[in-house]
Ligand binder design. Structure first.
Ligand SMILES: Nc1ncnc2c1ncn2[C@@H]1O[C@H](COP(=O)(O)OP(=O)(O)OP(=O)(O)O)[C@@H](O)[C@H]1O
Ligand SMILES: [Mg+2]
Length: 499
């Protein structure tokens, strides 16, 4: 049944926007959706972008008099809303905007759930992200599109990035998508516990859940130091190629690369199963003085203890119904980069050859692993760029999470089809976001600045228009920063060493 109108169009109208006058108490909020009947297009969806209240009685002089104690007869307040037209679906399901403007006098109604869903192109099921703000319409993302076409979650610190990433991870686990989570702060370990902070969860229809049976936590440190971890994580030390060593070691000069290649090809001829020690010995036989840089780099890698003859295999990490978390707690940033570089190369190669099922890679604090060119360097940049640009061909998705959008490689951000943006205030970060967003409209920057924690602007090629979503409550516990995942020694600046 059609509820009564909330307003009437007046003044000059266009086919892309219009103004309507509303009676008090009937107006819906800014960013709310309304509909208007158009003789050629049927019901057309529009979004309120501003609301103003005005009064002729309350002129400046009257207001001053009232402030000074004068009595005034009741207010003649007028409420005027401005709305942008989104459009309607034609018989072929294509979104179209009316060719002729609405007429002054046309009635404006609150948009119903079905019209909002079908016009915006919201999926009916899939990844349940939350509710469309102002309308309790569930917002779902298509699982295949999200994984294949990548996703970014960007916001300033404390705005709910990791919380939102946690929501998506829960949904991906429930859809049996294998996950590999690069977790610098051990925030996702708490997926193993039920959420106990359920304030406001009824609205989202969420019941607490633990993902204990699906989650395996790995530490590149050791199990004595990281009590939350299930297993240690190690990289293979046997028969490392010059290429994979170069990927881990930031070796960029041709001379150094030549020395490494030479040493590895000679070691291969002599020793069937060689280790990094053998490569170092062969490097020492080289004549060039540059060999010492290569030897130093190889020795530093050996000393991290990350290489082992019983490595963690990619087949073990990437399985259906499994989320593997690499908890980087206590690991230096340099070693984190080495691990991500090597692991992601193995992941990409294994997926390319079809050795593992389609999967999603989650990279928290992504600005550290794929920094924008000209800023810091990371050995993991190249492979993350490759996964972002080619991963979709092989069913390997990437989800990047960061509080510094301006400091992430733009190529990677631009490959993300789904962009979830929470509150951002830094002008450089806002600029970086606006450059990468399709359908960026003026006023969106202000919208992003004003977002409340836990509220996101969702921009996706599969949704017709950017939408504002109240992110749902987590089913499992949010790790965040409140869980003591670091030891006292860490807080005093001491770093864990690896055995
Ligand atoms: N959708 C939400 N529902 C309820 N609470 C939320 C939501 N999003 C965020 N919060 C609250 O906000 C806090 C901060 O969120 P979160 O840890 O995700 O921030 P962050 O953006 O990852 O910050 P940082 O940059 O410090 O990692 C959380 O501890 C949680 O209490
Ligand atoms: Mg976080």
């Amino acid at each position: 049944m059609l509820r009564g109108p909330i307003g009437v169009i007046f003044g000059d109208t266009g086919s892309l926007d219009f103004k309507f006058a509303s009676a008090d108490g009937q107006i819906i909020s800014r960013t709310g959706y309304v509909k208007v009947w158009h003789e050629s297009n049927g019901w057309v969806l529009a979004q309120v972008i501003s609301i103003t209240r005005s009064s002729e009685i309350y002129s400046l002089d009257t207001a001053i008099s009232v402030a000074e104690g004068m009595q005034v007869r009741s207010s003649d307040e007028k409420i005027v809303a401005k709305a942008n037209v989104i459009g309607s679906r034609n018989a072929q399901g294509i979104l179209v905007v009316p060719k002729t403007p609405f007429s002054p006098g046309d009635r404006v109604y609150e948009a119903d759930k079905e019209l909002v869903q079908s016009t915006l192109g919201l999926a009916q099921d899939g990844i349940y992200l939350g509710l469309l703000q102002g309308h309790d319409v569930p917002v779902h993302l298509d699982v295949n599109k999200l994984v294949q076409k990548h996703c970014s979650i960007l916001a300033r610190t404390g705005s709910g990035k990791s919380y939102t990433a946690g929501v998506i991870i829960e949904e991906l686990i429930e859809h049996d998508v294998p996950l590999l989570i690069i977790d610098p702060h051990g925030e996702y370990v708490s997926l193993r516990y039920e959420n106990t902070d359920l304030e406001g969860s009824e609205r989202f229809g969420i019941t607490p859940k633990s993902y204990r049976s699906k989650v395996v936590v790995y530490t590149p440190a050791n199990l004595t130091l990281n009590k939350e971890a299930d297993k240690v994580f190690r990289l293979d030390e046997i028969n490392l190629s010059a290429k994979s060593l170069a990927q881990m070691l930031a070796i960029d000069s041709n001379i150094q690369m030549g020395i490494l290649h030479q040493a590895v090809s000679r070691v291969k001829e002599k020793i069937e199963l060689y280790t990094i020690d053998d490569i170092i010995n062969f490097c020492k036989e080289e004549k060039s003085k540059s060999k010492w840089n290569v030897i130093n780099a190889l020795e530093s890698l050996r000393e991290t203890g990350i290489l082992s003859s019983s490595p963690t295999t990619i087949d073990e990490l990437i399985k259906k119904g499994r989320a593997s978390i690499i908890d980087m707690g206590g690991v230096t940033q340099e070693l984190q980069g080495i691990i991500v570089a090597r692991l992601c190369n193995e992941l990409f190669q294994a997926r390319k050859r079809g050795k593992i099922p389609p999967a999603m890679l989650v990279v928290e604090e992504a600005h550290n692993f794929c920094p924008e060119k000209g800023l810091e360097k990371s050995v993991s940049s190249n492979i993350l760029r490759t996964i972002a640009s080619e991963g979709r061909k092989f069913g390997l998705g990437i989800m990047v999470v960061s509080q510094r959008p301006a400091r992430i490689d733009k190529n990677i951000l631009s490959q993300c089809n789904t962009q979830i943006i929470l509150k951002v205030t830094n002008p450089n970060d806002l600029r970086a976001i606006s450059k990468g967003l399709e359908g960026f409209y003026s006023g969106m920057e202000e919208e992003i600045r004003r977002l409340q924690p836990g509220v996101a602007l969702l921009v996706s090629n599969d949704i017709e228009h950017p939408i504002i979503v109240d992110i749902r409550t987590r089913k499992s516990k949010h790790g965040g920063k409140s869980i003591p995942i670091v030891t006292k020694e860490d807080k005093r600046g001491k770093r864990w060493t690896i055995m």
